[in-house]
Design a protein around this ligand. Sequence first.
Ligand SMILES: [Zn+2]
Length: 268
Amino acid sequence: MLGHSDKVAIAVSGGKDSLALLYVLKKFFEEHNRTNLIAITIDEGIAGYREESLQIVRDFCSHIKVEYKISSYSQIFGTNMDDATENRPSDKMTSCSMCGTFRRRLMDIMAEEAGATVVATAHNLDDHLQTFLINLLSGDVERIGWMYPEPVQYGPNGIKKVKPFVEIYEHEIAFYALLRDIPFQSDQCPYMKESIRSDIREFLNNLESRHAGVKYNAFNTVTKISKALKESTMGSLTNSNECQICRRKSTQPICSVCGTLKVLINPQ
Ligand SMILES: [Zn+2]
């Protein structure tokens, strides 16, 4: 997953998962006399929510002596989540889908600027299953193929994306964070209720409480399905073109980031 010379950028939100990942990787790097680790944090511009977690990230990174960078949607895209939610033409454009689109792009930009060769995100087993069911329910078959959890290289600089916690249950990470006295933000994003994700999370947790191990079984199934789908769509991904506006790699003439920004600037 990580080579000795890799520079690793960890996407840190200020929640328990990403701070636990930062803590674990920092310890691992220290044991191997490595310093090529950086935390990257995104300010989505959500008033009353993001300020607290930014402070937690600043304090924790200073405490464990890890370099960190913070960048915002406003700086890069000229808009933030509060404005985007206000200006969207319809509620069908959910805050979570706009935010996910912007977050993935900004993470790429920040990792490139930091000279990282690997981006590590703290997605856990529960996140992974929820994403699978969201893709399943929305008919997004191609994205199920993208979910196969192996390090993939992408973009002009060949950055690898890894998810070291993808086989770990969310509650085990929460328990670890509490045991290690890792401070984290427990408030949930105010836009979270717009997403079907919280309903799916509750559904899966109810199932797990009555049938222990069902989430892990489902994870293994999802891995097999996503692997088969990825292999069958590999050709179409390598033949992708570039976005006419930002010139980044895109399967469509205009990428999802530029498409979303266009709609937000000229809502009809
Ligand atoms: Zn674009």
